[in-house]
Design a protein. Structure first.
Length: 363
């Protein structure tokens, strides 16, 4: 039996619709099989509005607590070196191409490839999927963009949502482990043995998150059969697909882990270039540390793309290495123009184009 036949046999079982509550009372993940229009509906929900409200409140209290001179920050932003800023933008979108390449390799590892009958998109198509998933994460809380990525692959290639989502979970776990490892190394270079208390707390929190993730996956592996026996019959097919995708992708973690190192180093280059574009030279290790701290707090699911938490962590981290508060705020805001606002600008027309294309395909 081929990989395609095996996946299709499981997918042929009835799957509950997104958000539908099963007889056992378990609600299936949102965006699983729903049309992309669900992003628009989810964006208009009260939960999303509350999450944006929380984000704005965090930004307000951070700027007020650090006595940031907004006028001075804006003055510095207006003097941005456009060439260096565009270089930072290019580095940021290069990481999406790298992520698309890596995910394609992980999908191949679990049998989702053209040789098995799955018309997996090429690098440009996978790049588009990755950008759309990051866009969804930027407008919706709870990182629903990851599920949207699995949905898009299912639409394009007919791949099992559960198996592909398992590879996404594996990818996230690898990224998290490498992130904290590189973060600790850069923090050691920047602070040496005199790490400020705030930075120590951030490093400890990152280590705790990684430990929880590793322990969780290890426990999942050793007790996978017992967990399966406890699940209702309707949930079991979903569980098996996610499990298979997760552990098959983790069977060879070195290639995606090495790519993860490259991705985090690129993030450090981006922050370094943004600071340089404002005329403020920071060390490259400091750029890595700040970039990775912001990536770490972005996993907090309360606001879209960690909005509020990311800006606060960046400003705080910059002030810890001696950057003036107004300059730290300018760097953080300009960096978020790249990592947040540009995704909205690029994502909305791309999303509308994909939505219209899907509607045409169904006609």
């Amino acid at each position: 039996m081929t990989d395609r036949t095996r996946h299709d046999a499981v997918d042929s079982m009835e799957e509950p619709r997104i958000g539908e509550e099963t007889k056992s009372g378990v609600r299936t993940p949102e965006v699983q099989d729903q049309e992309p229009a669900s992003i628009g509906r989810s964006f208009l929900s009260w939960r999303t509005f509350v999450s944006f409200g929380v984000a704005l409140a965090i930004i307000f209290f951070v700027f007020r607590g650090l006595n940031i001179d907004i006028k001075d920050s804006w003055r510095q932003i207006r003097q941005t070196n456009i060439g260096l800023f565009l270089g930072a933008v290019a580095i940021y979108y290069l990481t999406f191409a790298i992520r698309a390449y890596r995910w394609t390799g992980m999908l191949h590892q679990v049998g989702i490839r053209r040789e098995n009958g799955y018309p997996v998109p090429g690098l440009p198509g996978m790049f588009q999927i990755i950008v759309l998933s990051w866009f969804a994460n930027s407008v919706l809380p709870a990182r629903l963009g990851d599920a949207y990525r699995g949905y898009l692959l299912k639409q394009r290639a007919g791949a099992s949502f559960g198996v592909s989502f398992g590879t996404i979970v594996a990818e996230r776990l690898i990224d998290l482990v490498i992130l904290v490892t590189v973060l600790l190394a850069s923090g050691l270079v920047v602070f040496g043995t005199h790490t400020p208390e705030n930075a120590q707390n951030a490093f400890l929190a990152g280590g705790a998150v990684v430990l929880m993730g590793v322990v969780g996956v290890t426990t999942f592996w050793f007790f996978r059969e017992k967990i399966e026996k406890l699940l209702p019959g309707r949930i079991m097919p979903h569980y098996r697909k996610v499990r298979d995708g997760l552990f098959t992708a983790l069977a060879k973690p070195l290639p995606p882990a090495l790519i993860s190192v490259l991705l985090w180093l690129c993030d450090g280059i981006r922050v370094y270039l943004v600071a340089w574009s404002l005329g403020h030279q920071i060390s490259y290790p400091a750029g890595i540390m700040v970039a990775l701290l912001s990536s770490l707090v972005s996993i907090i699911p309360f606001t879209p793309a960690g909005l509020g938490f990311v800006e606060g962590s960046m400003v705080t981290a910059f002030t810890q290495i001696g950057v003036p508060a107004s300059t730290a705020a300018a760097i953080a805001l300009l960096d978020r123009v790249i990592t947040y606002l540009s995704l909205i600008v690029v994502g909305i027309p791309l999303y509308i184009w994909v939505l219209r294309r899907d509607i045409r395909d169904k006609e």
